[in-house]
Design a protein around this ligand. Structure first.
Ligand code: PLP
Length: 331
C-alpha cells in the first residue's frame, strides 16, 4: 500500500471528488469486504419495485465505517503512521479506526465515555487500540482528545467530516452501482452525512439519473432542516434508538455535497425502525442495528414513490447489543 496520495486526489480539508472515491476503492480492495447485495421478493412487493440491499452490516467491524477509517489511515504519511491515530467515539467509528490501525500497523487511541457499552469497549481493545475513558457529564471529550493528540503527536480521525473518510464511505454505493448500474433510487441513512455525501459523489459520476434520498430519524431531522434552510441547522442530541444517527449537525464538508445533489431528505420513526429489524431477521436472516434499518423505513414510509422503480438501500451496520436486539424483536 503506497502511503503517498496520487496528485488527482484531495488533501485533507478540501472537498472530496469522485476521483477520491475511486482512489479509496483501490486502497480498500483486498482489505474491506465487497459486501453482498441481497434481493427480496417480499421487499419488492412492499415497495412495488425491485429492491437491492447493500449489506454493510456484513462489512468488517460490522459497519461501513471501516471503509472511511481504513482509507483515511492508509493515506497518512510515514511520520504520521509511526506516531499513530486518535478517534473519539463510543460507536462504530471506534472499532473501524481500531481495526484499520491494526491492519496498517499503527498505534491507536480511542477516547470513549466511561459508561460506553462494555461490549464496544472490549471489541475496541481486542483490536489492539488503547481505550481512554472520560466522564461524559463532567469532562469535554474534544479537549481531552486534543490534549492527548498533542502530547503524543497523534493524528485525529473524525467520524464523517474529512475528505478521505467521505471518499471511503462512497465506495459502498460505488460497488452497488457497479453491480446494479440502472438504479432509479438510492436510500441512504444520515448521521453526520459522510455516507450520504460519499454515495452522492459515486451516484453523480456513475448514475446521474439515480435519485439519492437521505433518511434520518424523525426525532433528529437536522439534515432535512439544513437542506431546506440552505445552511447547517444544529439541534440538541436527538432521542432515538438509531444511535448511529444521533448527531447534532451535518459537517462543513458533507453539507455542501448533500445540499447540491440530494434529491430529498425524509425521516423514519423508531417504531418503523423496529419493524425493519424484524423484517431483516425474519425474512433475510440478518442482524441489523436500528440505524441500519433507516433506509428501508425511509423507502417504505418517507413519501417518495418507489412504484416500478429499481431501489437501492444501504444497510449501514449490524452492531447491536444482543439483549437490546432481543427486546426490539420481542416488542
Ligand atoms: C455512523 C453510522 C451512520 C451515519 O453515518 P454518517 O456518515 O455519520 O452519516 C449510520 N449507520 C451506522 C450503522 C453508522 O455506524
Amino acid at each position: 500500500m503506497p502511503p503517498s496520495a496520487s496528485a488527482a486526489t484531495a488533501p485533507a480539508g478540501t472537498p472530496p471528488t469522485f476521483a477520491d472515491v475511486q482512489d479509496a476503492a483501490q486502497r480498500l480492495a483486498g482489505n474491506a469486504h465487497r459486501t453482498p447485495v441481497l434481493r427480496s421478493v417480499s421487499a419488492d412487493d412492499m415497495l412495488g419495485g425491485r429492491v437491492y440491499f447493500k449489506c454493510e452490516n456484513l462489512q468488517r467491524t460490522g459497519s461501513f465505517k471501516f471503509r472511511g477509517a481504513y482509507n483515511a489511515l492508509s493515506r497518512l504519511s510515514d511520520a504520521q503512521r509511526k506516531a499513530g491515530v486518535l478517534a473519539f467515539s463510543a460507536g462504530n467509528h471506534a472499532q473501524a479506526v481500531a481495526l484499520s490501525a491494526r491492519l496498517l500497523d499503527m498505534p491507536a487511541v480511542i477516547v470513549m465515555p466511561e459508561d460506553a457499552p462494555v461490549s464496544k469497549m472490549a471489541a475496541t481493545r481486542a483490536y489492539g487500540a488503547q481505550v481512554v475513558t472520560y466522564n461524559r457529564y463532567t469532562e469535554d471529550r474534544e479537549a481531552i482528545s486534543r490534549r492527548i493528540a498533542q502530547e503524543r503527536g497523534l493524528t485525529l480521525i473524525p467520524p464523517f467530516d474529512h475528505p478521505h473518510v467521505i471518499a471511503g464511505q462512497g465506495t459502498a454505493a460505488l460497488e452497488l452501482l457497479q453491480e446494479v448500474p440502472d438504479l432509479d433510487l438510492l436510500f441512504v441513512c444520515v448521521g453526520g452525512g459522510g455516507l450520504l455525501a460519499g454515495s452522492l459523489l459515486a451516484a453523480q459520476a456513475l448514475a446521474p439519473h439515480c435519485r439519492v434520498v437521505g433518511v434520518e430519524p424523525a426525532a433528529g431531522n437536522d439534515g432535512q432542516q439544513s437542506v431546506r434552510a440552505g445552511h447547517i441547522v444544529r439541534i440538541p442530541t436527538p432521542h432515538t434508538i438509531a444511535d448511529g444517527a444521533q448527531t447534532q449537525a451535518l459537517g462543513e464538508l458533507t453539507f455542501p455535497i448533500i445540499r447540491a445533489h440530494v434529491h430529498d431528505m425524509v425521516t423514519a420513526t423508531d417504531e418503523q425502525l423496529m419493524q425493519g429489524l424484524r423484517f431483516f431477521a425474519e425474512r433475510k436472516k440478518i442482524v441489523v442495528e436500528p440505524t441500519g434499518a433507516l433506509a428501508l423505513a425511509g423507502a417504505l414510509h418517507g413519501g417518495v414513490s418507489t412504484r416500478g422503480q429499481r431501489v437501492g438501500l444501504i444497510i449501514s451496520g449490524g452492531n447491536v447489543d444482543l439483549a437490546r436486539y432481543a427486546r426490539f424483536l420481542a416488542d
